[in-house]
Design a protein around this ligand. Structure first.
Ligand SMILES: Cc1ncc(COP(=O)(O)O)c(C=O)c1O
Length: 381
């Protein structure tokens, strides 16, 4: 946690709302991921936080990237371009995976020249890839259990495991090459059985495919790696131990394992400071109005099912309060149940930690508010 003195100094210098992104923490998270999962190449899921400085820092650390759109693709490609020019062995798959299973035709046509690695999970997508981007290497995304994850994925993405054989055959018949299999167990997955089940489903399909002569070379274990938002969250190190031993048991050494962590890399790297700009008692409860909200940095409350934390800088008798946003919209309620001192005043500050993922990435300009100022600390020049 950043010290109170440092925070006071930063507020004086930059004002609020202030989104402080600590690049040392970003590097530490990346290194922790790599250290605990030595066989796994990390493709940071850019969607979690698309800020170019994050991509730059992670790129320098050696990360690869998972992108969901043409713009994200180009945001990353900008950094690898010079690599490509210098290194004749450079291979774009080592740096980017396009893991949005549904892509429009224009996007496919635009990325065709880069010979990308792309995911798919249905026959219509295969047809689109064939007609607009037949240079691509394919990854078949599978539907896997996501029970208990903060954000479930399997209702929208992933082929039924029972359809995998048919999709592999259709791709082959179309002259496309399926290079690997992928899954996503749901974001902020604290039920590690989801990973065990997904790895087992994937290895069964891989073995079956290999017997049929399809050379599956890549297993993409997706994202979902949990962030310690509270003390109930089981440790990442424990999950890594499970993944390592299951991968060793299920996948031969010639299989490349990759992952697409988003939240794990970036969530704990950011802290937000907001200011109380209004206070009212409504139906007996104190409402603190802050200069941010769910249309801005707290967008994860809506899109990510995230429950934010708040720390006040003034001591006092606490009660259950509401923290609500600045917009002229009644939906803009950040939390209706936060234990906070009742004596906070207009002009006081609130601090929210672990707000790096799915926050500024989905912030809007609703009501004409710009959103928090982004301050980078511990950037390497
Ligand atoms: C395909 C894909 N990969 C990776 C991620 C990142 O997941 P997480 O932030 O849970 O690590 C997502 C999140 O939506 C995703 O859709």
């Amino acid at each position: 946690m950043i010290s109170k003195t440092k925070i006071t100094q930063l507020i004086k210098q930059h004002g609020t709302p202030l989104f402080i992104l600590d690049h040392n923490k970003l590097r530490l998270n990346y290194r922790t991921f790599k250290k605990n999962l030595p066989r796994v190449q990390c493709y940071y899921a850019v969607k979690a936080n698309t800020h170019p400085e994050i991509i730059k820092t992670l790129f320098t650390e050696g990360s690869s990237f998972d992108v969901a759109s043409y713009n994200e693709f180009m945001q990353v490609y900008k950094y690898i371009k010079h690599f490509e020019e210098k290194d004749k062995d450079f291979f774009i798959w080592d740096k980017i995976i396009f893991s949005n299973t549904i892509k429009d035709k224009e996007t496919l046509a635009k990325i065709k020249r880069y010979r990308p690695l792309v995911t798919f999970d249905n026959n219509d997508e295969l047809k689109k890839i064939k007609s607009c981007c037949d240079t691509a290497g394919l990854i078949l995304r599978l539907k896997v259990p996501d029970t208990g994850s903060q954000v479930e994925m399997s209702s929208k993405f992933g082929a039924e495991p029972g359809d995998a054989a048919q999709l592999l055959r259709k791709a082959h018949d179309a002259g496309l090459v399926v290079e690997g299999l992928s899954f996503h167990v749901g974001s902020q997955c604290t039920n590690f059985d989801n990973y065990t089940a997904a790895l087992s489903i994937t290895s069964e399909i891989m073995n079956h495919a290999r017997k049929k002569g399809y050379n599956i070379k890549i297993i993409d274990i997706g994202g979902g790696f949990p962030v310690p938002y509270d003390s109930q969250v089981p440790e990442f190190e424990k999950l890594a131990g499970i993944i390592n031993s299951e991968c060793q048991r299920l996948f031969p050494a010639d299989v490349e394992i990759i992952a697409e962590p988003g939240r794990f890399i970036v969530a704990t790297a950011a802290t937000l400071i907001t200011e109380i700009i209004g206070k009212a008692r409504r139906d007996g409860k104190i409402f603190y109005y802050i200069n941010d909200g769910v249309y801005h940095t707290f967008s994860g409350v809506v899109f990510d099912h995230w429950i934010p934390n708040f720390t006040a800088f003034r001591n006092g008798k606490e009660e259950v309060c509401a923290v609500v946003g600045q917009t002229c919209d009644s939906f803009d309620k950040v939390s209706l149940s936060v234990q906070l001192p009742a004596n906070l005043r207009i002009g006081d500050y609130l601090l929210t930690e672990n707000i790096g993922a799915y926050s500024i990435a989905s912030s809007t300009h609703f009501n004409g508010f710009d959103g928090a100022k982004i301050l980078h600390i511990n950037l390497k020049s």
